[in-house]
Ligand binder design. Structure first.
Ligand code: SAH
Length: 222
Protein backbone atom coordinates (compact mmCIF):
# COMPACT_ATOMS: atom_id res chain seq x y z
CA UNK A 1 0.00 0.00 0.00
CA UNK A 2 1.36 3.38 -0.97
CA UNK A 3 2.30 5.48 2.04
CA UNK A 4 -0.05 8.35 2.65
CA UNK A 5 1.64 11.67 2.20
CA UNK A 6 0.77 14.14 4.92
CA UNK A 7 1.41 17.79 4.57
CA UNK A 8 4.29 18.71 6.86
CA UNK A 9 3.22 20.94 9.72
CA UNK A 10 5.42 22.74 12.20
CA UNK A 11 5.50 20.66 15.38
CA UNK A 12 3.62 22.17 18.30
CA UNK A 13 6.07 22.13 21.17
CA UNK A 14 3.76 21.69 24.10
CA UNK A 15 4.91 18.30 25.35
CA UNK A 16 5.70 17.51 28.98
CA UNK A 17 9.32 17.18 27.84
CA UNK A 18 9.58 20.83 26.79
CA UNK A 19 7.97 21.78 30.09
CA UNK A 20 10.58 19.77 31.97
CA UNK A 21 13.37 21.51 30.07
CA UNK A 22 11.91 24.84 31.11
CA UNK A 23 11.84 23.67 34.75
CA UNK A 24 15.51 22.71 34.54
CA UNK A 25 16.34 26.13 33.11
CA UNK A 26 14.48 27.85 35.95
CA UNK A 27 16.31 25.66 38.48
CA UNK A 28 19.66 26.65 36.93
CA UNK A 29 18.68 30.29 37.30
CA UNK A 30 18.51 29.75 41.06
CA UNK A 31 14.92 28.88 41.95
CA UNK A 32 15.19 25.94 44.34
CA UNK A 33 11.75 25.55 45.98
CA UNK A 34 10.71 22.08 44.77
CA UNK A 35 6.99 22.83 45.24
CA UNK A 36 7.27 25.84 42.92
CA UNK A 37 9.26 23.85 40.34
CA UNK A 38 6.71 21.01 40.47
CA UNK A 39 3.94 23.52 39.90
CA UNK A 40 5.68 24.97 36.81
CA UNK A 41 6.05 21.37 35.61
CA UNK A 42 2.36 20.66 36.17
CA UNK A 43 0.60 23.76 34.80
CA UNK A 44 0.15 23.67 30.98
CA UNK A 45 1.29 27.22 30.09
CA UNK A 46 0.33 26.70 26.44
CA UNK A 47 -3.33 26.81 27.48
CA UNK A 48 -2.84 30.36 28.79
CA UNK A 49 -1.72 31.88 25.49
CA UNK A 50 -3.26 32.18 22.04
CA UNK A 51 -3.01 28.97 20.00
CA UNK A 52 -0.77 30.73 17.49
CA UNK A 53 1.81 31.28 20.27
CA UNK A 54 1.54 27.83 21.88
CA UNK A 55 4.83 26.82 20.23
CA UNK A 56 6.62 29.40 22.40
CA UNK A 57 4.83 28.62 25.65
CA UNK A 58 7.78 26.70 27.14
CA UNK A 59 10.42 29.25 26.28
CA UNK A 60 11.43 31.61 29.03
CA UNK A 61 9.79 34.63 27.43
CA UNK A 62 6.92 36.97 28.15
CA UNK A 63 4.21 36.70 25.45
CA UNK A 64 1.39 39.03 24.39
CA UNK A 65 -2.09 38.15 25.70
CA UNK A 66 -4.04 40.97 24.03
CA UNK A 67 -5.09 44.42 25.31
CA UNK A 68 -1.38 45.40 25.30
CA UNK A 69 -0.75 43.07 28.23
CA UNK A 70 1.68 40.16 28.60
CA UNK A 71 1.94 36.82 30.36
CA UNK A 72 5.09 37.03 32.53
CA UNK A 73 8.29 35.08 31.89
CA UNK A 74 8.08 31.64 33.55
CA UNK A 75 11.31 32.33 35.49
CA UNK A 76 9.79 35.51 36.93
CA UNK A 77 6.59 33.66 37.89
CA UNK A 78 8.65 31.01 39.67
CA UNK A 79 10.96 33.53 41.36
CA UNK A 80 8.09 35.69 42.66
CA UNK A 81 6.19 32.64 43.88
CA UNK A 82 9.25 31.36 45.71
CA UNK A 83 9.76 34.75 47.35
CA UNK A 84 6.12 34.86 48.42
CA UNK A 85 6.26 31.38 49.95
CA UNK A 86 9.66 31.57 51.61
CA UNK A 87 9.60 27.87 52.29
CA UNK A 88 6.23 27.69 54.04
CA UNK A 89 2.83 26.70 52.67
CA UNK A 90 0.53 29.53 51.67
CA UNK A 91 -3.02 29.81 52.96
CA UNK A 92 -4.82 32.83 51.58
CA UNK A 93 -3.18 34.69 48.71
CA UNK A 94 -4.23 37.77 46.76
CA UNK A 95 -2.98 38.40 43.24
CA UNK A 96 -3.33 41.75 41.48
CA UNK A 97 -3.37 41.48 37.68
CA UNK A 98 -4.93 38.14 36.66
CA UNK A 99 -3.99 38.65 32.99
CA UNK A 100 -3.86 35.24 31.31
CA UNK A 101 -4.44 33.50 34.65
CA UNK A 102 -1.16 31.56 34.47
CA UNK A 103 0.39 33.00 37.64
CA UNK A 104 -2.99 32.54 39.35
CA UNK A 105 -2.98 28.85 38.39
CA UNK A 106 0.56 28.40 39.76
CA UNK A 107 -0.50 30.04 43.04
CA UNK A 108 -3.69 27.95 43.17
CA UNK A 109 -1.63 24.76 43.03
CA UNK A 110 0.36 25.93 46.06
CA UNK A 111 -2.10 27.85 48.27
CA UNK A 112 -5.39 26.90 49.93
CA UNK A 113 -7.29 29.81 48.41
CA UNK A 114 -6.37 32.39 45.79
CA UNK A 115 -8.15 35.70 45.23
CA UNK A 116 -7.32 37.50 42.02
CA UNK A 117 -8.28 40.92 40.66
CA UNK A 118 -8.12 42.07 37.03
CA UNK A 119 -9.15 45.48 35.67
CA UNK A 120 -9.78 44.34 32.04
CA UNK A 121 -13.01 42.37 31.88
CA UNK A 122 -12.31 40.48 28.63
CA UNK A 123 -9.01 39.12 30.00
CA UNK A 124 -10.71 38.09 33.23
CA UNK A 125 -13.47 36.25 31.33
CA UNK A 126 -10.88 34.28 29.38
CA UNK A 127 -8.91 33.44 32.52
CA UNK A 128 -12.09 32.25 34.26
CA UNK A 129 -12.76 29.85 31.38
CA UNK A 130 -9.24 28.45 31.71
CA UNK A 131 -9.69 27.92 35.47
CA UNK A 132 -12.91 25.99 34.78
CA UNK A 133 -11.27 23.87 32.07
CA UNK A 134 -8.40 22.97 34.39
CA UNK A 135 -10.77 22.34 37.30
CA UNK A 136 -9.05 24.92 39.49
CA UNK A 137 -11.77 25.57 42.01
CA UNK A 138 -9.91 27.38 44.79
CA UNK A 139 -9.77 30.66 42.87
CA UNK A 140 -12.05 33.66 43.44
CA UNK A 141 -11.96 36.36 40.80
CA UNK A 142 -12.97 40.01 40.87
CA UNK A 143 -13.24 42.59 38.11
CA UNK A 144 -11.92 45.81 39.65
CA UNK A 145 -8.99 48.05 40.47
CA UNK A 146 -6.58 45.86 42.40
CA UNK A 147 -4.68 48.81 43.82
CA UNK A 148 -7.63 49.21 46.20
CA UNK A 149 -7.35 45.63 47.50
CA UNK A 150 -10.02 42.93 47.78
CA UNK A 151 -13.46 44.59 48.04
CA UNK A 152 -14.48 42.75 51.26
CA UNK A 153 -12.51 43.24 54.48
CA UNK A 154 -9.96 40.43 54.35
CA UNK A 155 -6.45 39.54 55.49
CA UNK A 156 -3.99 37.62 53.37
CA UNK A 157 -0.73 35.90 54.22
CA UNK A 158 0.61 36.73 50.78
CA UNK A 159 -0.04 39.33 48.08
CA UNK A 160 1.51 39.23 44.62
CA UNK A 161 1.25 42.17 42.26
CA UNK A 162 1.99 41.46 38.59
CA UNK A 163 1.80 45.01 37.23
CA UNK A 164 4.10 47.83 38.38
CA UNK A 165 2.89 50.73 40.56
CA UNK A 166 5.14 53.73 41.23
CA UNK A 167 5.15 53.04 44.96
CA UNK A 168 3.84 50.48 47.45
CA UNK A 169 -0.01 50.58 47.41
CA UNK A 170 -0.86 51.22 51.07
CA UNK A 171 -4.34 49.68 50.72
CA UNK A 172 -2.63 46.39 49.95
CA UNK A 173 -0.38 46.52 53.02
CA UNK A 174 -3.55 47.03 55.10
CA UNK A 175 -4.83 43.66 53.84
CA UNK A 176 -1.72 41.74 54.93
CA UNK A 177 -1.52 39.83 58.21
CA UNK A 178 1.34 40.86 60.49
CA UNK A 179 4.27 38.85 59.08
CA UNK A 180 2.47 38.59 55.72
CA UNK A 181 4.53 39.14 52.60
CA UNK A 182 3.93 41.08 49.41
CA UNK A 183 6.02 40.70 46.25
CA UNK A 184 5.71 43.41 43.61
CA UNK A 185 7.52 45.28 40.87
CA UNK A 186 7.92 49.02 41.54
CA UNK A 187 8.87 51.72 39.08
CA UNK A 188 8.52 52.82 35.50
CA UNK A 189 9.87 51.67 32.12
CA UNK A 190 13.32 50.13 32.48
CA UNK A 191 13.64 51.53 36.00
CA UNK A 192 11.71 48.78 37.75
CA UNK A 193 12.80 46.61 40.67
CA UNK A 194 11.24 43.63 42.35
CA UNK A 195 10.44 44.48 45.97
CA UNK A 196 9.62 42.24 48.90
CA UNK A 197 7.48 43.87 51.59
CA UNK A 198 6.77 42.34 55.00
CA UNK A 199 4.05 43.76 57.21
CA UNK A 200 5.32 44.38 60.74
CA UNK A 201 3.51 45.35 63.95
CA UNK A 202 4.42 48.98 63.45
CA UNK A 203 4.34 49.31 59.65
CA UNK A 204 6.31 47.46 57.02
CA UNK A 205 9.84 46.48 56.02
CA UNK A 206 10.99 46.37 52.42
CA UNK A 207 13.83 44.76 50.54
CA UNK A 208 14.74 45.78 46.98
CA UNK A 209 15.72 42.86 44.77
CA UNK A 210 16.61 42.47 41.08
CA UNK A 211 15.58 44.55 38.07
CA UNK A 212 12.37 43.44 36.33
CA UNK A 213 10.05 44.55 33.54
CA UNK A 214 6.27 44.64 33.99
CA UNK A 215 3.35 46.48 32.45
CA UNK A 216 2.21 49.44 34.60
CA UNK A 217 -0.47 49.12 37.29
CA UNK A 218 -3.33 51.35 36.12
CA UNK A 219 -6.29 52.66 38.05
CA UNK A 220 -9.92 52.23 37.07
CA UNK A 221 -11.47 49.40 35.06
CA UNK A 222 -11.94 48.60 31.39
N1 SAH B 1 -0.15 37.51 36.13
C1 SAH B 1 -0.42 37.75 34.74
C2 SAH B 1 0.37 38.94 34.25
C3 SAH B 1 -0.46 39.79 33.36
S1 SAH B 1 0.18 41.36 32.98
C4 SAH B 1 -0.17 36.52 33.92
O1 SAH B 1 0.41 35.56 34.43
O2 SAH B 1 -0.61 36.46 32.77
C5 SAH B 1 -0.51 42.36 34.25
C6 SAH B 1 -1.99 42.45 34.35
O3 SAH B 1 -2.32 43.41 35.35
C7 SAH B 1 -2.71 42.93 33.08
O4 SAH B 1 -3.67 41.99 32.71
C8 SAH B 1 -3.35 44.26 33.50
O5 SAH B 1 -4.60 44.50 32.89
C9 SAH B 1 -3.50 44.05 34.99
N2 SAH B 1 -3.64 45.28 35.78
C10 SAH B 1 -3.00 46.47 35.63
N3 SAH B 1 -3.41 47.34 36.56
C11 SAH B 1 -4.33 46.70 37.33
C12 SAH B 1 -5.12 47.07 38.45
N4 SAH B 1 -5.06 48.29 39.00
N5 SAH B 1 -5.96 46.14 38.97
C13 SAH B 1 -6.07 44.90 38.44
N6 SAH B 1 -5.34 44.49 37.39
C14 SAH B 1 -4.49 45.38 36.84
Amino acid sequence: MAALKWKKRAPVITTPRSRRRLVEFIRQQGVCNEHVLASIDAIPRHLFVDEALANHAYENTALPIGNQQTISQPYTVARMTELLMQGRPLQKVLEIGTGSGYQTAVLASLASQVYTIERIESLLEQARRRFRTLDLNNIRTYHGDGGLGWPDPMFFDGIMVTAAPLGIPLKLIEQLHIGGRMVLPIGQGDQQALVLVVRTRTGHAKKILEQVSFVPLRSGIQ
